[in-house]
Write a protein that binds this ligand. Sequence first.
Ligand code: ADP
Ligand code: MG
Length: 398
Amino acid sequence: MKETTNKKIYYIVAWIIIVIMLSGLFIDNPRLGEHGFVYVTHSIQVLILSVCLLLYPKNGTAFLRWTIMTVASVYFYTLFLFYPETSSTFVFLCFIPALAILYFDTMLFYFSLLLNFLSIVIIFAYILLIEGLQYPYVEEDLIGNFFNFIASQIIVYFIFYLTNGRMKKQQIYYEQIQHSERLKTTGQLAAAVAHEIRNPLTVVKGFLQFFEQDSAFSDERKGQITLMIDELDTAEEVISQFLTVAKPDRENVTEYVDVRAVLKSVTDLLHSYGLLHDNRIALEVTGDCTIAANNIELKQLLINLIKNAIEASNIGEQVLVTAGREQDFVVISVIDYGRGMTEAEVASLGTPFYSLKSKGTGLGMMICFNIVEKFKGTIDFQSSIGHGTTITIRFPAT
Ligand code: ADP
Ligand code: MG
């Protein structure tokens, strides 16, 4: 809906620009009757620019953006050069980079700003040194015109700076909303589906356990039954992980939680898991770290993160867990020196079933995001491929 309105507005603006360019070409143009070089070049540029403007929504590539900006610059500068008697063309030159703002492309904006500056210096030098008195209004006060030009560039930059900042903020906000929407939908889905599946699973598992004891089955059959029970256990684990997301709040009350104690018990718990690949967990806690959260959920959060860190580590590498106070926040970091993630991988974290592990469920991070959000915390990732990952969580201190 919003997309189409934006497109409509773009087309309206594009057509207005085209009409203005055409009227410059046909209405009271001093070169109209001549059909000389000046007029033909001007016409060709109007044509190219119009086509580019109309093509852009269908094919919005960076290449086309840069082409439009370059052609537009050339167009305005030729207008300026071809019609020395029209002083208003100078105004256009001042606002060429403003066009680039509309395309939300930072590099493009700086490019057009630089291009514009260089062009004006060259043009002014040209007027001053070679052309003589052809541009009376520029010549008369060259320095004044130059300073006005610079001032206009600063204004354009300022507008760009403000718009760009706002756009970026909006982008971040939009991503956050999308993210929490995603979590909400999965949560509801989990509640509905998981309950329905859990009961039949329990029944089937009960029968299988019964058959497992039955002497009527051969040992081979019993082996297969054990395998079936194992698979059901895996399914159950996925479901109970899912259910924690959808669990009603009353089951997990908010209480004062001592992060130090929680971290101690979690690292003790995971100690032997780390030893499987000779990964030691180092714990450093400083200061008073009390937050308002739920003991069990905080444990679940930290277990998920530290388990991931261990699984990402190579044999013998250490996992470092730190906690401490920073002003009004308790900051917990889980640091590993393992495989690391690309930017795209970091962006995918929290998507249900996103996992790069052969036996992963891809639910751990989704649960983490949920718990952090529930207790008004934030979570940040810093990762570089081959060097490891630092996950930083902040909760308001109490
Ligand atoms: P699972 O652990 O079951 O795969 P998670 O949601 O816990 O599911 O993690 C999703 C994926 O994110 C993992 O498969 C892994 O690829 C990636 N990941 C999470 N933590 C780290 C980490 N510390 N280092 C590298 N990759 C990680
Ligand atoms: Mg995990």
